[in-house]
Write a protein that binds this ligand. Sequence first.
Ligand code: ITT
Length: 198
Amino acid sequence: MRGRLIFLVTRNIHKFNEARRVLAQYKIAAAMLRMGTVEVQSDYLEEVARFRALDAVKKSGLPIIVEDAGLFVRALKGFPGPYSSYVYRTIGSLGVLKLLEGVEERGAYFKSVVAYSCPKEGVKLFRGVVEGTIALEARGSSGFGFDPIFIPLEGDGRTFGEMTTDEKNRLSHRSRALRSFAEWYKAASEFSSPSSQR
Ligand code: ITT
């Protein structure tokens, strides 16, 4: 039976803090499980997340979610996408700005895939996207990763790096994927709880 405590397998504390606040709105408690998982090389976030989720359940025996995200820059044909972690560690936000020097079309989006799995169950995937543009220069020091260079379209012109966690959570790819997970999870756990089985 599903409980209302879920383990988020990640080594990224910023990601965990964002996720914890979104899930709390659905009365789902989240704990951070700092555990290494098998990372397959793939052009699809879905595939990466699915493998990590299965591996995490195998190793922990717990109901878990993993979340994989990436920044997709249109002028770079979707680069860095699923390779965002490597690109961030190597050329970073300034490197991406350099690649876009003199480029007018600055459209980009963040995509998030949340994979839920639990012993004896398969994997369920939930997606979230936020459209935006790449700023001309880095602004703000909140958040993590490419936040200082990403301006969400539905915002007020500030980058994610200039927003509080709650402001970012109102718009972000991660919060959208997590909300869709939380809606499903709540409905599924209500259905399987003893009080609902009359
Ligand atoms: P895990 O341990 O959960 O894998 P991670 O930091 O490697 O943590 P991802 O693989 O999901 O996370 O993300 C890959 C990179 O994409 C990440 O290192 C950031 O540079 C970037 N990224 C993902 N989500 C982001 C966000 O909300 N804001 C800014 N950058 C983000």
